[in-house]
Design a binder for this molecule. Structure first.
Ligand code: NAG
Ligand code: NAG
Ligand code: NAG
Ligand code: NAG
Length: 405
Protein backbone atom coordinates (compact mmCIF):
# COMPACT_ATOMS: atom_id res chain seq x y z
CA UNK A 1 0.00 0.00 0.00
CA UNK A 2 1.31 3.45 -0.86
CA UNK A 3 2.35 5.53 2.11
CA UNK A 4 0.53 8.74 2.91
CA UNK A 5 3.69 10.62 1.97
CA UNK A 6 4.03 9.08 -1.50
CA UNK A 7 0.34 9.62 -2.17
CA UNK A 8 0.80 13.25 -1.19
CA UNK A 9 3.87 13.53 -3.45
CA UNK A 10 1.95 11.95 -6.30
CA UNK A 11 -0.83 14.47 -5.75
CA UNK A 12 1.67 17.32 -5.84
CA UNK A 13 3.36 16.12 -9.03
CA UNK A 14 -0.03 15.63 -10.71
CA UNK A 15 -0.95 19.17 -9.67
CA UNK A 16 2.27 20.62 -11.09
CA UNK A 17 1.88 18.60 -14.30
CA UNK A 18 -1.72 19.65 -14.75
CA UNK A 19 -0.77 23.21 -13.96
CA UNK A 20 2.24 23.49 -16.27
CA UNK A 21 0.49 26.23 -18.18
CA UNK A 22 1.72 29.06 -20.28
CA UNK A 23 0.34 32.43 -21.10
CA UNK A 24 1.26 34.95 -23.75
CA UNK A 25 1.03 38.68 -23.18
CA UNK A 26 1.82 41.89 -25.02
CA UNK A 27 2.94 45.29 -23.86
CA UNK A 28 2.07 48.17 -26.22
CA UNK A 29 5.71 49.28 -25.92
CA UNK A 30 6.69 46.39 -28.21
CA UNK A 31 7.27 43.51 -25.77
CA UNK A 32 5.97 40.04 -26.55
CA UNK A 33 6.08 37.85 -23.42
CA UNK A 34 5.68 34.14 -22.81
CA UNK A 35 4.86 33.42 -19.17
CA UNK A 36 4.98 30.31 -17.04
CA UNK A 37 2.33 29.81 -14.36
CA UNK A 38 3.25 27.28 -11.66
CA UNK A 39 0.85 26.40 -8.85
CA UNK A 40 1.94 25.65 -5.29
CA UNK A 41 -1.70 25.11 -4.33
CA UNK A 42 -5.05 26.01 -5.84
CA UNK A 43 -4.83 29.53 -4.39
CA UNK A 44 -1.07 30.09 -4.58
CA UNK A 45 1.00 30.29 -7.73
CA UNK A 46 3.93 32.05 -9.29
CA UNK A 47 3.91 33.70 -12.68
CA UNK A 48 7.30 34.14 -14.34
CA UNK A 49 8.63 35.53 -17.61
CA UNK A 50 10.07 32.72 -19.82
CA UNK A 51 10.64 34.74 -22.98
CA UNK A 52 10.71 38.50 -23.52
CA UNK A 53 11.07 39.57 -27.14
CA UNK A 54 10.92 42.99 -28.73
CA UNK A 55 8.56 42.12 -31.56
CA UNK A 56 5.28 42.53 -33.44
CA UNK A 57 5.92 46.07 -34.61
CA UNK A 58 5.78 49.27 -32.59
CA UNK A 59 2.38 48.96 -30.84
CA UNK A 60 1.42 45.26 -30.48
CA UNK A 61 -2.21 45.07 -29.44
CA UNK A 62 -3.83 41.67 -30.07
CA UNK A 63 -2.98 37.94 -30.08
CA UNK A 64 -5.00 35.34 -31.95
CA UNK A 65 -4.23 31.69 -31.17
CA UNK A 66 -5.00 28.82 -33.53
CA UNK A 67 -5.11 26.17 -30.80
CA UNK A 68 -4.89 23.15 -33.09
CA UNK A 69 -1.74 24.19 -34.94
CA UNK A 70 -0.42 26.28 -32.01
CA UNK A 71 0.07 29.19 -34.37
CA UNK A 72 -0.13 32.66 -32.87
CA UNK A 73 -0.89 35.78 -34.89
CA UNK A 74 0.28 39.09 -33.47
CA UNK A 75 -1.54 42.25 -34.51
CA UNK A 76 0.13 45.66 -34.36
CA UNK A 77 -1.78 48.91 -33.92
CA UNK A 78 0.91 51.31 -35.15
CA UNK A 79 0.14 53.51 -38.07
CA UNK A 80 2.02 55.67 -40.58
CA UNK A 81 -0.37 58.58 -40.04
CA UNK A 82 0.75 58.78 -36.40
CA UNK A 83 4.40 58.87 -37.39
CA UNK A 84 4.90 55.39 -35.97
CA UNK A 85 5.92 53.59 -39.17
CA UNK A 86 3.79 51.01 -40.92
CA UNK A 87 1.87 48.33 -39.10
CA UNK A 88 3.09 44.77 -38.70
CA UNK A 89 1.32 41.41 -38.93
CA UNK A 90 3.39 38.51 -37.60
CA UNK A 91 2.92 34.77 -37.28
CA UNK A 92 4.54 32.65 -34.57
CA UNK A 93 4.85 29.00 -33.69
CA UNK A 94 4.23 28.17 -30.03
CA UNK A 95 5.58 24.75 -29.29
CA UNK A 96 5.87 21.86 -28.96
CA UNK A 97 8.16 22.42 -25.96
CA UNK A 98 6.86 25.66 -24.62
CA UNK A 99 9.14 25.60 -21.59
CA UNK A 100 12.16 26.69 -23.58
CA UNK A 101 13.24 30.27 -23.85
CA UNK A 102 13.10 30.06 -27.64
CA UNK A 103 9.84 28.09 -27.84
CA UNK A 104 8.11 31.02 -29.45
CA UNK A 105 9.52 31.37 -32.96
CA UNK A 106 8.69 33.77 -35.76
CA UNK A 107 7.41 31.93 -38.87
CA UNK A 108 6.34 34.90 -40.99
CA UNK A 109 5.64 38.61 -41.01
CA UNK A 110 4.62 41.39 -43.32
CA UNK A 111 4.07 45.11 -43.04
CA UNK A 112 0.52 46.43 -43.21
CA UNK A 113 -1.17 49.77 -43.73
CA UNK A 114 -1.48 49.95 -39.97
CA UNK A 115 -3.79 50.70 -37.04
CA UNK A 116 -5.14 47.13 -36.82
CA UNK A 117 -6.70 46.44 -33.41
CA UNK A 118 -7.81 42.80 -33.82
CA UNK A 119 -7.19 39.67 -35.91
CA UNK A 120 -9.01 36.38 -36.52
CA UNK A 121 -8.57 33.39 -38.86
CA UNK A 122 -11.33 32.14 -41.17
CA UNK A 123 -12.22 30.33 -44.39
CA UNK A 124 -10.83 27.34 -46.28
CA UNK A 125 -11.48 23.68 -45.40
CA UNK A 126 -10.61 24.11 -41.72
CA UNK A 127 -11.24 27.79 -40.97
CA UNK A 128 -7.57 28.77 -41.10
CA UNK A 129 -6.83 29.74 -44.70
CA UNK A 130 -7.19 33.51 -44.22
CA UNK A 131 -6.86 36.15 -41.53
CA UNK A 132 -8.93 39.32 -41.16
CA UNK A 133 -7.81 42.44 -39.31
CA UNK A 134 -9.86 45.49 -38.24
CA UNK A 135 -8.48 49.02 -38.55
CA UNK A 136 -9.92 51.46 -36.03
CA UNK A 137 -9.12 54.93 -37.42
CA UNK A 138 -8.88 54.12 -41.16
CA UNK A 139 -12.40 52.53 -40.80
CA UNK A 140 -11.37 49.39 -42.71
CA UNK A 141 -11.28 45.62 -42.48
CA UNK A 142 -8.51 43.82 -44.38
CA UNK A 143 -8.01 40.17 -45.32
CA UNK A 144 -4.80 38.21 -46.03
CA UNK A 145 -4.15 34.67 -47.24
CA UNK A 146 -2.31 32.40 -44.80
CA UNK A 147 0.41 31.53 -44.11
CA UNK A 148 1.97 34.96 -43.75
CA UNK A 149 5.21 35.40 -45.70
CA UNK A 150 7.36 38.44 -46.43
CA UNK A 151 5.56 38.82 -49.78
CA UNK A 152 2.05 38.69 -48.26
CA UNK A 153 -0.22 41.43 -49.57
CA UNK A 154 -3.75 42.39 -48.60
CA UNK A 155 -6.40 40.32 -50.39
CA UNK A 156 -9.42 42.54 -49.83
CA UNK A 157 -9.89 45.83 -48.03
CA UNK A 158 -13.31 47.28 -47.25
CA UNK A 159 -13.65 50.87 -46.06
CA UNK A 160 -16.75 52.06 -44.21
CA UNK A 161 -18.25 55.54 -44.20
CA UNK A 162 -21.15 57.27 -42.46
CA UNK A 163 -23.06 60.45 -43.22
CA UNK A 164 -22.87 62.15 -39.80
CA UNK A 165 -21.29 61.59 -36.36
CA UNK A 166 -23.14 59.38 -33.86
CA UNK A 167 -24.65 60.40 -30.48
CA UNK A 168 -21.17 60.35 -28.84
CA UNK A 169 -19.25 62.48 -31.38
CA UNK A 170 -16.02 62.22 -29.34
CA UNK A 171 -15.98 58.45 -29.93
CA UNK A 172 -18.34 58.17 -32.91
CA UNK A 173 -16.86 60.70 -35.38
CA UNK A 174 -16.73 58.00 -38.08
CA UNK A 175 -16.94 54.20 -38.40
CA UNK A 176 -14.53 52.34 -36.09
CA UNK A 177 -14.54 48.60 -36.81
CA UNK A 178 -13.06 47.09 -33.64
CA UNK A 179 -13.03 43.34 -34.34
CA UNK A 180 -14.00 40.70 -36.92
CA UNK A 181 -14.69 37.05 -36.08
CA UNK A 182 -16.68 34.12 -37.43
CA UNK A 183 -20.10 32.82 -36.37
CA UNK A 184 -20.38 29.16 -35.20
CA UNK A 185 -20.82 27.84 -38.79
CA UNK A 186 -17.75 29.68 -40.04
CA UNK A 187 -19.79 30.95 -43.01
CA UNK A 188 -20.14 34.56 -41.78
CA UNK A 189 -17.97 37.27 -40.28
CA UNK A 190 -19.26 39.62 -37.59
CA UNK A 191 -17.76 43.11 -37.34
CA UNK A 192 -18.73 45.30 -34.35
CA UNK A 193 -18.41 48.93 -35.46
CA UNK A 194 -17.99 51.23 -32.45
CA UNK A 195 -18.27 54.45 -34.44
CA UNK A 196 -21.30 53.57 -36.57
CA UNK A 197 -23.35 51.78 -33.85
CA UNK A 198 -23.58 48.76 -36.13
CA UNK A 199 -22.89 45.06 -36.04
CA UNK A 200 -21.77 44.47 -39.62
CA UNK A 201 -22.20 41.01 -41.15
CA UNK A 202 -20.34 39.49 -44.12
CA UNK A 203 -20.82 36.26 -46.01
CA UNK A 204 -17.57 34.35 -46.56
CA UNK A 205 -16.56 32.65 -49.78
CA UNK A 206 -14.65 29.79 -48.13
CA UNK A 207 -12.51 29.12 -51.22
CA UNK A 208 -11.35 32.62 -52.11
CA UNK A 209 -11.74 34.24 -48.70
CA UNK A 210 -13.79 36.99 -50.35
CA UNK A 211 -16.38 38.81 -48.24
CA UNK A 212 -19.81 40.02 -49.37
CA UNK A 213 -21.73 42.48 -47.21
CA UNK A 214 -25.03 41.39 -45.61
CA UNK A 215 -27.46 43.90 -44.06
CA UNK A 216 -25.84 45.42 -40.94
CA UNK A 217 -27.69 45.36 -37.60
CA UNK A 218 -28.15 48.59 -35.64
CA UNK A 219 -27.26 48.64 -31.95
CA UNK A 220 -28.89 51.10 -29.54
CA UNK A 221 -27.72 54.65 -30.38
CA UNK A 222 -24.52 55.34 -28.46
CA UNK A 223 -23.76 51.68 -27.68
CA UNK A 224 -20.45 51.67 -29.51
CA UNK A 225 -20.12 47.89 -30.03
CA UNK A 226 -16.50 46.75 -29.65
CA UNK A 227 -16.28 42.96 -29.27
CA UNK A 228 -18.76 40.06 -29.24
CA UNK A 229 -19.26 36.31 -29.14
CA UNK A 230 -21.77 33.58 -29.92
CA UNK A 231 -22.95 31.04 -27.36
CA UNK A 232 -25.53 28.29 -27.38
CA UNK A 233 -27.49 27.56 -24.20
CA UNK A 234 -29.56 24.42 -24.74
CA UNK A 235 -31.16 25.18 -28.10
CA UNK A 236 -30.91 28.96 -27.73
CA UNK A 237 -28.11 30.40 -29.85
CA UNK A 238 -27.44 34.03 -28.92
CA UNK A 239 -24.99 36.70 -29.98
CA UNK A 240 -23.62 38.83 -27.12
CA UNK A 241 -22.27 42.29 -27.95
CA UNK A 242 -19.86 44.13 -25.66
CA UNK A 243 -20.80 47.79 -26.04
CA UNK A 244 -17.79 49.92 -25.09
CA UNK A 245 -19.38 53.39 -25.22
CA UNK A 246 -22.56 52.58 -23.26
CA UNK A 247 -20.70 50.04 -21.05
CA UNK A 248 -23.33 47.38 -21.60
CA UNK A 249 -23.95 43.96 -23.08
CA UNK A 250 -26.54 43.49 -25.85
CA UNK A 251 -28.15 40.07 -26.32
CA UNK A 252 -29.28 39.21 -29.86
CA UNK A 253 -31.38 36.37 -31.34
CA UNK A 254 -29.60 34.71 -34.26
CA UNK A 255 -31.42 33.66 -37.44
CA UNK A 256 -29.92 31.65 -40.29
CA UNK A 257 -31.34 31.59 -43.82
CA UNK A 258 -33.82 28.72 -44.18
CA UNK A 259 -33.15 27.23 -47.62
CA UNK A 260 -35.59 24.33 -47.07
CA UNK A 261 -38.47 26.70 -47.83
CA UNK A 262 -36.96 27.94 -51.08
CA UNK A 263 -35.95 31.26 -49.47
CA UNK A 264 -33.38 33.25 -51.43
CA UNK A 265 -32.24 34.92 -48.20
CA UNK A 266 -28.56 34.11 -47.79
CA UNK A 267 -27.55 36.12 -44.75
CA UNK A 268 -27.30 35.56 -41.04
CA UNK A 269 -29.42 38.06 -39.14
CA UNK A 270 -29.47 39.36 -35.54
CA UNK A 271 -32.27 40.84 -33.45
CA UNK A 272 -31.64 42.75 -30.22
CA UNK A 273 -33.67 41.24 -27.36
CA UNK A 274 -31.97 42.55 -24.20
CA UNK A 275 -29.46 45.22 -23.12
CA UNK A 276 -27.95 45.30 -19.64
CA UNK A 277 -25.61 47.83 -18.08
CA UNK A 278 -22.28 46.40 -16.95
CA UNK A 279 -22.89 48.14 -13.61
CA UNK A 280 -26.19 46.54 -12.63
CA UNK A 281 -29.91 46.95 -13.35
CA UNK A 282 -30.39 50.46 -11.90
CA UNK A 283 -27.47 52.16 -13.60
CA UNK A 284 -28.25 54.19 -16.74
CA UNK A 285 -26.25 53.44 -19.91
CA UNK A 286 -23.61 55.73 -21.32
CA UNK A 287 -21.42 57.03 -18.47
CA UNK A 288 -18.84 59.15 -20.32
CA UNK A 289 -15.91 58.48 -17.95
CA UNK A 290 -15.95 54.68 -18.15
CA UNK A 291 -15.54 52.28 -21.07
CA UNK A 292 -16.01 48.54 -21.22
CA UNK A 293 -13.53 46.42 -23.15
CA UNK A 294 -13.67 42.63 -23.23
CA UNK A 295 -16.37 39.94 -23.12
CA UNK A 296 -15.96 36.21 -22.34
CA UNK A 297 -18.22 33.31 -21.43
CA UNK A 298 -17.38 30.22 -19.43
CA UNK A 299 -19.90 27.73 -18.05
CA UNK A 300 -23.26 29.47 -17.65
CA UNK A 301 -21.67 32.85 -16.96
CA UNK A 302 -20.72 35.87 -19.02
CA UNK A 303 -18.03 38.35 -18.01
CA UNK A 304 -17.47 41.92 -19.22
CA UNK A 305 -14.54 44.11 -18.17
CA UNK A 306 -14.99 47.76 -17.21
CA UNK A 307 -12.25 50.36 -17.57
CA UNK A 308 -11.77 53.50 -15.47
CA UNK A 309 -14.58 52.85 -12.96
CA UNK A 310 -12.23 52.25 -9.98
CA UNK A 311 -15.10 50.46 -8.23
CA UNK A 312 -12.66 48.65 -5.92
CA UNK A 313 -10.44 51.62 -5.08
CA UNK A 314 -7.39 53.35 -6.53
CA UNK A 315 -6.48 51.70 -9.88
CA UNK A 316 -8.83 48.80 -9.15
CA UNK A 317 -11.43 48.52 -11.90
CA UNK A 318 -14.14 45.88 -12.22
CA UNK A 319 -15.44 42.92 -14.16
CA UNK A 320 -19.21 42.46 -14.41
CA UNK A 321 -20.57 38.93 -13.95
CA UNK A 322 -23.85 37.85 -15.58
CA UNK A 323 -25.63 34.52 -15.27
CA UNK A 324 -26.83 33.07 -18.58
CA UNK A 325 -30.40 31.73 -18.29
CA UNK A 326 -31.76 28.66 -20.11
CA UNK A 327 -33.17 31.00 -22.77
CA UNK A 328 -29.76 32.64 -23.25
CA UNK A 329 -30.83 35.90 -21.60
CA UNK A 330 -28.67 37.48 -18.93
CA UNK A 331 -29.09 38.31 -15.30
CA UNK A 332 -26.63 40.71 -13.62
CA UNK A 333 -24.86 39.04 -10.66
CA UNK A 334 -22.20 41.39 -9.33
CA UNK A 335 -19.05 43.40 -9.97
CA UNK A 336 -15.76 41.75 -9.07
CA UNK A 337 -12.27 43.22 -8.65
CA UNK A 338 -10.15 43.22 -11.83
CA UNK A 339 -7.03 43.76 -9.66
CA UNK A 340 -5.70 46.36 -12.06
CA UNK A 341 -6.51 49.59 -13.85
CA UNK A 342 -7.96 49.56 -17.38
CA UNK A 343 -8.64 45.80 -17.87
CA UNK A 344 -8.49 45.84 -21.67
CA UNK A 345 -8.03 42.07 -21.97
CA UNK A 346 -8.84 38.99 -19.90
CA UNK A 347 -9.25 35.29 -20.61
CA UNK A 348 -10.01 32.01 -18.85
CA UNK A 349 -8.08 28.74 -18.80
CA UNK A 350 -9.72 25.76 -20.53
CA UNK A 351 -11.09 24.27 -17.31
CA UNK A 352 -12.65 27.62 -16.42
CA UNK A 353 -10.95 27.52 -13.02
CA UNK A 354 -8.75 30.63 -13.40
CA UNK A 355 -8.86 33.98 -15.15
CA UNK A 356 -5.90 36.03 -16.36
CA UNK A 357 -6.73 39.74 -16.29
CA UNK A 358 -4.50 42.29 -18.02
CA UNK A 359 -4.59 45.70 -16.39
CA UNK A 360 -3.56 47.93 -19.31
CA UNK A 361 -2.31 51.06 -17.54
CA UNK A 362 -1.04 49.22 -14.44
CA UNK A 363 0.75 46.83 -16.87
CA UNK A 364 -0.08 43.82 -14.73
CA UNK A 365 -1.38 40.30 -15.22
CA UNK A 366 -3.59 39.20 -12.32
CA UNK A 367 -4.40 35.51 -12.00
CA UNK A 368 -7.63 34.98 -10.05
CA UNK A 369 -9.44 31.80 -9.12
CA UNK A 370 -12.87 31.10 -10.60
CA UNK A 371 -15.60 29.16 -8.80
CA UNK A 372 -17.11 26.92 -11.50
CA UNK A 373 -20.43 26.60 -9.59
CA UNK A 374 -21.13 30.24 -8.68
CA UNK A 375 -19.08 31.89 -11.45
CA UNK A 376 -17.49 34.18 -8.83
CA UNK A 377 -13.92 35.39 -9.33
CA UNK A 378 -11.29 35.55 -6.61
CA UNK A 379 -9.17 35.39 -4.63
CA UNK A 380 -6.12 36.80 -6.36
CA UNK A 381 -3.64 33.94 -6.81
CA UNK A 382 -0.68 35.86 -8.17
CA UNK A 383 0.15 39.15 -9.88
CA UNK A 384 2.98 40.07 -12.27
CA UNK A 385 4.01 43.47 -13.60
CA UNK A 386 5.14 43.58 -17.23
CA UNK A 387 6.79 46.99 -17.62
CA UNK A 388 6.59 49.68 -18.82
CA UNK A 389 3.40 50.89 -17.18
CA UNK A 390 0.96 53.00 -19.17
CA UNK A 391 -0.20 56.58 -18.80
CA UNK A 392 -3.77 57.60 -17.88
CA UNK A 393 -5.98 57.30 -20.94
CA UNK A 394 -2.99 56.36 -23.14
CA UNK A 395 -2.67 53.57 -25.70
CA UNK A 396 0.15 52.01 -23.69
CA UNK A 397 0.77 49.40 -20.99
CA UNK A 398 -0.28 45.75 -21.28
CA UNK A 399 -2.60 45.20 -24.25
CA UNK A 400 -3.42 41.48 -24.34
CA UNK A 401 -3.20 38.17 -22.48
CA UNK A 402 -4.12 34.64 -23.63
CA UNK A 403 -3.64 31.09 -22.27
CA UNK A 404 -1.78 28.47 -24.30
CA UNK A 405 -2.56 25.05 -22.80
C1 NAG B 1 7.45 42.79 -38.12
O1 NAG B 1 7.62 42.05 -36.92
C2 NAG B 1 8.51 40.97 -37.04
C3 NAG B 1 8.45 40.21 -35.72
O2 NAG B 1 8.75 41.01 -34.64
C4 NAG B 1 9.90 41.49 -37.37
O3 NAG B 1 10.81 40.42 -37.49
C5 NAG B 1 9.84 42.27 -38.68
O4 NAG B 1 11.08 42.86 -38.95
C6 NAG B 1 8.77 43.37 -38.60
N1 NAG B 1 8.62 43.96 -39.91
C7 NAG B 1 8.63 45.26 -40.11
C8 NAG B 1 8.45 45.71 -41.54
O5 NAG B 1 8.78 46.05 -39.20
C1 NAG C 1 -19.68 57.30 -13.88
O1 NAG C 1 -18.75 56.35 -13.35
C2 NAG C 1 -17.92 56.87 -12.32
C3 NAG C 1 -16.92 55.81 -11.97
O2 NAG C 1 -17.56 54.61 -11.59
C4 NAG C 1 -18.81 57.30 -11.15
O3 NAG C 1 -17.98 57.86 -10.15
C5 NAG C 1 -19.83 58.31 -11.61
O4 NAG C 1 -20.69 58.61 -10.56
C6 NAG C 1 -20.63 57.78 -12.79
N1 NAG C 1 -21.44 58.87 -13.31
C7 NAG C 1 -22.74 58.71 -13.59
C8 NAG C 1 -23.43 59.90 -14.15
O5 NAG C 1 -23.33 57.65 -13.42
C1 NAG D 1 11.68 42.86 -21.29
O1 NAG D 1 12.67 43.47 -22.12
C2 NAG D 1 12.58 44.89 -22.21
C3 NAG D 1 13.57 45.37 -23.25
O2 NAG D 1 14.82 44.76 -23.07
C4 NAG D 1 12.78 45.50 -20.83
O3 NAG D 1 12.62 46.91 -20.90
C5 NAG D 1 11.73 44.92 -19.88
O4 NAG D 1 11.93 45.41 -18.58
C6 NAG D 1 11.80 43.40 -19.87
N1 NAG D 1 10.70 42.90 -19.05
C7 NAG D 1 10.88 42.16 -17.96
C8 NAG D 1 9.65 41.77 -17.23
O5 NAG D 1 11.97 41.83 -17.57
C1 NAG E 1 -11.42 58.38 -16.03
O1 NAG E 1 -12.38 58.86 -15.12
C2 NAG E 1 -12.13 60.16 -14.65
C3 NAG E 1 -13.25 60.52 -13.67
O2 NAG E 1 -13.45 59.48 -12.77
C4 NAG E 1 -12.10 61.15 -15.80
O3 NAG E 1 -11.76 62.42 -15.33
C5 NAG E 1 -11.10 60.70 -16.84
O4 NAG E 1 -11.18 61.54 -17.97
C6 NAG E 1 -11.36 59.28 -17.26
N1 NAG E 1 -10.28 58.82 -18.12
C7 NAG E 1 -10.53 58.21 -19.26
C8 NAG E 1 -9.29 57.84 -20.04
O5 NAG E 1 -11.62 57.93 -19.68
Amino acid sequence: MASVKSVALLGLSLLSQASAVKLLALNFAGQFYSLNLAFQSSTKASLKVVQNITACGVTPTWLHLDEETRTVYCIDESWLNEGLGSGNLSQWSAGPDFNKKDALTLTGSTDTEGNSVHGFTYGGPDGRSFIITSEYSPSTITTYRLPITSSTKALQKLEFTMAAPGPRPDRQDKPHPHAAFTDPTGDFLIVPDLGADLTRIFKIDGKTGELTACPAIASLPGDGPRHGLFRKTGRALKYYSLNEVSSSVGVYDVTYPDHSHGSKESCLSLKLVQTLSNYGPNVPLGNVTVKSAEIRTVGNFLYASNRNDTTFGFEQDSIAIFKIGNDGKLQFQELTNAHGYYPRSFSFNEAGTYAAIAGQTTANIAIVKRDTKTGKLGPLVTNLILPPRGTYGGEDGVSNVIWVE
